[in-house]
Write a protein that binds this ligand. Sequence first.
Ligand code: SF4
Ligand code: SF4
Length: 287
Amino acid sequence: MQEITILSGKGGTGKTSISAALASVAQNKILCDNDVDAADLHLILKPEIEQKEVFAGAWIPHIDDETCISCGKCKDLCRYGAIHQHDDKFSVNRFQCEGCRLCERECPVNAITSERSTNNNWYISNTRMGKMVHAKMGPGEENSGKLVSLIRSKAKELAKKNNNQFIINDGPPGIGCTAISSLTGTDKVLLVIEPTRSGLHDAGRIVELIERFNIPCFALINKYDINQTVTHEIELYLEERGIDLLAKIPFDKTFVEAMIKEQTIVEYAPKSNISKEIETVWNQLIQ
Ligand code: SF4
Ligand code: SF4
């Protein structure tokens, strides 16, 4: 089994469109949307949920006004300024709270109790391209890196059970903890880069991260013709880093038309040059 993760240094590079297009040409695979903070693969693949589970999120403390003696210790101890005082009443702002539970441990009268948030879900779904594992974080929720690790392990279990040969991870943008969770233990990375200054800069940051994990990395420049100068700079950069450039995809409004029809480019325009390029990219990736 091979696990292939598609990443980008920043959002808006067309990573999900490319991931979905690769899913169209890949055989015997499972899909996993690792971008749990802003999942969007489901918009194209329209999953039918087969299994829905809760992912226990951060601890949320609650102060019982009846028990509280208004000593102010919790407010003094909280490093994140999450405990607020109005007259003699204390309350927790959950969006500032980091869930460390120090306030709960130190309250002299046990007026604070914590519960884990149940505002995050993960799913196993059926799509027209096979099984998909995905998740949804509630607003302001934390631990997205752990959620990525969880859904990746579920995708692996499922792939083993169903004898799938490939797992395609649509990774998150950037280099945060979700990107790190997406990278750990994956077999290959396809980096989608757009030819802008910020695209090149952010690609550099993610390449450094990938190199630290020592994972084989390949690249694809999307919409390469919107800035040929930067495209050339990206090519030089990739050459310098020893990263194989598998394709340069031009800007094409067919991508937008396909998206409007909720299809991948390969489904919408199977005979187009871009669809053929996508197939070539996939074949190179799995070699
Ligand atoms: S530490 Fe406990 S008793 Fe003191 S203000 Fe906070 S909740 Fe109230
Ligand atoms: S759990 Fe930690 S971060 Fe949250 S309010 Fe208590 S002390 Fe502050």
